[in-house]
Each structure stands twice: as C-alpha cells, then as structure tokens.
Design a protein around this ligand. Structure first.
Ligand code: BTN
Length: 260
C-alpha cells in the first residue's frame, strides 16, 4: 500500500470506487488482471508509485521511475470484446481533455491510436489488454509523465518524451487522479452506451495527425501515407502516394516519411 497515491476526494460514480495502491508492482495492468480473477468489480483501479516490469505497446518496456502516474482500470463490458478496440482512443481522448480542461495544456493532442502528445513529444501512453475467459474483461493501463526523471530521460526517450513539470505543472499522483478519473469515466460511459460516433467531433478536433505525412510500421513493414483523418469506427483514414485511400486499424505511426 501507498496511501499517498490515493485521491482524497474522487467525484466518480464507478471508476476508482475500489482502488488499491502499491509502492512498487511489476505492472499495474497485471495487478488489475489478477484482481479481476478474484472478482474485482467494473471500475476497480490499481495505482503504483513505480513498476519494475511496466509494459508498453508492441511488447516494449514502459520506463516507470517514481514521480509519474501508473494506473490501470478494470472494465467488465456488456458488449462483445471485439467492439471495444476504440477504447484506447477514448481513453487517450479522456487524457487530452483532462490536460486541456483541468490543467490548461492547450497544445495537448492525440496521436492515433493512443498516445497523448504535448507539441511533438509524448506525455502519456495507453495499453489495453483484454481477456475473454472466464468472463470478458478489459484492462486499461495508462502511464502519464508528471515529472522529468531524476537525471533526465533515458537515451531512448530523450527528445521524444515530455513530463508535465516541463509545462509548469506541479502534480502528484493523487491530485492527477482526482482530475483524470471523472473525465475518463464520462468518456468511457459515453462510449459504452452510444459507441464512438458522439465522440467523433471531439476526437477529430484533438487529433494531431490530420494532414500530416506519416510512416506506418506494421508487422515489420513500413509504408508512407498522408493522413486524412479518423474514420467513424476509429480507424485512421490515409492516402498512399499513389492516391489510394486506406483504413488502418493497427500499426505504429511515426511522423515524417522515415520510421526511426
Ligand atoms: C505505450 O506504449 O504507449 C503504452 C504505455 C502504457 C503504460 C502503462 S503504465 C500503467 C500500465 N501498466 C503497465 O504495465 N503499462 C500501463
């Protein structure tokens, strides 16, 4: 337990009503998945001060030094898991909204499918992990950089990551959750009830890739496209240099025509 991580006042209906904290965990996503097997309810949340096996997308490590937010939420959706893929966009949107509305970071935006950027650096990432058995569950994991690590970013992240202290915000984990969880709850509720469509305008207005040239890495292949925008089902609408329009449902998107 680490009670300093626990929000003192939480204005949510179901998200984080049951919340566990820890000083250190392998991964908060794993902790929530294990708790789900023991019967954790929809909306259960796990927060850790640091992780020693934090996971990112595409099998990457998520560096997890103290000072940042590492949180995972359990969802027990009533609809098929196959319809839940846009939840990563929806979560990213919730984070962008929190940055803009609660903390006045006006240049925060969403980089499809689920990164949150300030300017051209990443401030947060979302990792969705789902299980069909014994009952359908989704774990939504979020890492949000609150403070630049002591000694600076690792070589890998230097120039590519940003923390909120760099834009003049002094936030601890508990305070950040107080702002973030109600907005996330609002967006997840909206999506679970009415799907992605009512969120599309908002999504499109914060999307950073529209009109940009990108290279997309998928299963070892890199292709260059111009981004048209976000499609109704959350896919990325792109145009190839030959003028062919495509819908991308997965893949790693890099700005510019060369993937690093
Ligand atoms: C990404 O690659 O952008 C996704 C990063 C997700 C990191 C968060 S930190 C909390 C949760 N626990 C994990 O092990 N990963 C997610």
């Amino acid at each position: 337990m680490n009670e300093a991580l626990r929000p003192t006042s939480l204005r949510t209906r179901w998200l984080g009503r049951e919340l566990r904290t820890a000083d250190v965990l392998a991964s908060t996503n794993t902790a929530v998945a294990d708790w789900a097997l023991e019967g954790a309810p929809h909306g259960a949340v796990v927060v850790a001060a640091r992780q020693h096996e934090g996971r990112g997308r595409q099998g990457r490590r998520w560096e997890s030094p103290p000072g940042n937010l590492y949180v995972s939420c359990l969802l027990r959706p009533a609809r098929a898991l196959s319809a839940m893929a846009p939840l990563s966009l929806v979560t990213g949107l919730g984070v962008v909204e929190t940055l803009r509305r609660a903390w006045a970071v006006d240049d925060a935006g969403l980089k499809w499918p689920n990164d949150v950027w300030i300017g051209e650096r990443k401030v947060a990432g979302v990792l969705l992990e789902s299980r069909a058995h014994p009952t359908p569950t989704i774990v939504v994991g979020l890492g949000l950089n609150l403070r630049t690590p002591e000694g600076g970013w690792s070589e890998d992240l230097r120039g590519r990551a940003i923390a909120l202290d760099e834009v003049g915000l002094d936030l601890d984990v508990a305070t950040s959750l107080e702002a973030l969880l109600p907005i996330l709850e609002e967006h997840v509720d909206g999506f679970l009830q009415d799907g992605l469509e009512p969120l599309l305008d908002e999504l499109r207005s914060v999307s950073l890739l529209d009109g940009r040239r990108v290279s997309v890495l998928d299963r070892g292949r890199s292709e260059v496209f111009d981004v048209i925008g976000i499609a109704v089902d959350g896919a990325l609408r792109v145009r190839s240099p030959q003028g062919e329009e495509r819908l991308l449902h997965a893949g790693e998107v890099h700005l510019g025509d060369v993937a690093p």
